[in-house]
Ligand binder design. Structure first.
Ligand code: SF4
Length: 438
């Protein structure tokens, strides 16, 4: 039985970029009078926003579709895996519609068909910053879609297309709305943040009566003037990234870079066809830390890539230690349907990949522990994420939500999520800090 007010449910899988897509779909539907159900029972139709990055992610997406079909029965599929409509329909012939990534209009159209919208004069009450799935105090800011790189293990460009940057004034206006709505931390995301604006030839657009270039540095500078924490994700170590380091040293944007290096050995980087694979990365990182000693670097790496030798792997371990990579995420190489790397010789046996994964995690844990130990005694800023009877849990400027560590402040249960407080670090573990409020 349809509800009085048309109601949608959403299952959002995959990365923060997919989460932003889900937020946009919900924002659009909410503005048309739909309500959002937190469970299957309350929904007239369920949207499953899928991830198709790895075969394991596709499997998870298929399972999520299956669950939504059995729990609700009326299901619309969208997102990266939507490009494989035949496979989805073969497994679940009853899905109502399948659309691909960024096809907001098509998803919304499919929802209209399944559950027609009602005219409601109060729909303008949707908040100007849109609806979000993140807590109130932080938000992801997506600056572009797609990617001009062609990493051999990745099929994202074939799914999402080439780089398509949003004009800088639109990004800045969205950022302003978020800040006005109480957001204290903006997390800048894309597939390749440092390439921002290349496709638009860095075109200028008008923001607050001034021309601003659609360019990584200009974006960072403008966001730095909004008075909130600004964190940069998915940056590659191109020479022009040097320009933003002084903004970090001056406290304009957070001293934090998320750089998915994926490897450090030149032959492997070459086989991976990584952007900036020929850059002298270690030297560059040292120069950055000379300018901004507090800079924290987060990275992800792939072990067991085809052709990776013991020497290549040793080079990777050395790099993590020498570059003092603060936070490390490690993936075991996995072939992805349609990826060029599937054709590469030199497959690494599973047990060797597993050994390397353990060794990299051990090394990175030791680096992280030493970096955090050096912060004991320091006064730091902490953004509070949650509070319970034991105290408050938050993050330092060196920790992004969900992927990095946290800072625990015991006994402080009258703080509120979103507060930014000063605290002195009293204890450090491998990944987390404990601090006392000042
Ligand atoms: S930079 Fe490489 S891994 Fe990242 S989305 Fe582009 S092609 Fe894929």
């Amino acid at each position: 039985m349809p509800h009085d007010t048309p109601t949608v449910g959403i299952v959002s899988l995959g990365c923060p970029k997919a989460l932003v897509d889900s937020e946009r779909i919900l924002t659009k539907l909410r503005s048309q009078g739909y309500t959002v159900s937190p469970d299957y029972d309350g929904a007239d139709v369920v949207i499953v926003n899928t991830c198709g990055f790895l075969d394991s992610a596709k499997q998870e997406s298929l399972e999520a579709i299956g669950e939504a079909i059995s729990e609700n029965g009326r299901v619309i599929v969208t997102g990266c895996m939507g490009v494989e409509e035949a496979r989805i329909r073969e497994a679940y012939p009853d899905v109502l519609a399948v659309t691909g990534p960024h096809q907001y209009e098509a998803v919304v159209g499919a929802v209209h068909e399944a559950v027609p919208p009602r005219h409601d004069p109060f729909v303008d009450l949707v908040p100007p910053e849109g609806l979000r799935l993140t807590p109130r105090h932080y938000a992801y800011l997506k600056i572009s879609e797609g990617c001009n790189n062609r990493c051999s293990f990745c099929i994202i460009p074939s799914i999402r297309g080439d780089l398509a940057s949003r004009p800088v004034n639109r990004v800045l206006m969205e950022a302003e709305k978020l800040v006005n709505a109480g957001v204290k931390e903006l997390l800048v995301i894309s597939q390749d943040t440092s390439a921002y604006g290349v496709d638009l030839k860095y075109a200028e657009s008008d923001f607050r009566g001034r021309p601003v270039k659609t360019r990584f540095f200009d974006l960072a500078k403008e966001l730095g003037d909004l008075g909130v924490w600004v964190r940069m994700h998915y940056v590659y170590p191109y020479p022009h990234v040097d320009e933003v380091i002084p903004l970090m040293a001056d406290g304009k944007i957070l001293p934090y870079l998320d750089i998915p290096f994926q490897h450090a050995s030149p032959p492997v980087l070459k086989a991976m066809r990584r952007p900036a694979h020929a850059e002298k990365t270690l030297e560059r990182i040292r120069r950055w830390r000379d300018i901004c000693p507090d800079l924290a670097i987060r990275s992800t790496f792939i072990v067991g890539f085809p052709g990776e030798t013991d020497e290549d792997f040793e080079a990777l371990l050395d790099f993590v230690e020498e570059a003092d990579i603060d936070r490390v995420g490690c993936f075991r190489y996995e072939p992805v349907e349609g990826a060029k790397s599937n054709e590469l010789p030199g497959a690494v046996p599973g047990d060797v990949t597993e050994e390397r994964w353990n060794a990299l995690m051990e090394t990175s844990q030791a680096v992280s522990a030493a970096r955090l130990q050096a912060r004991v005694g320091r006064e730091i800023e902490v953004i509070i994420d949650s509070v319970d009877g034991d105290g408050a849990t938050g993050r330092s400027v060196w920790d992004a939500p969900d992927i990095d560590g946290s800072v625990f402040i015991p006994h402080e249960d009258d703080l509120t999520p979103g507060d930014i407080v000063s605290a002195r670090v009293v204890k450090a573990s491998e990944y987390d800090l404990e601090a006392d409020l000042i």
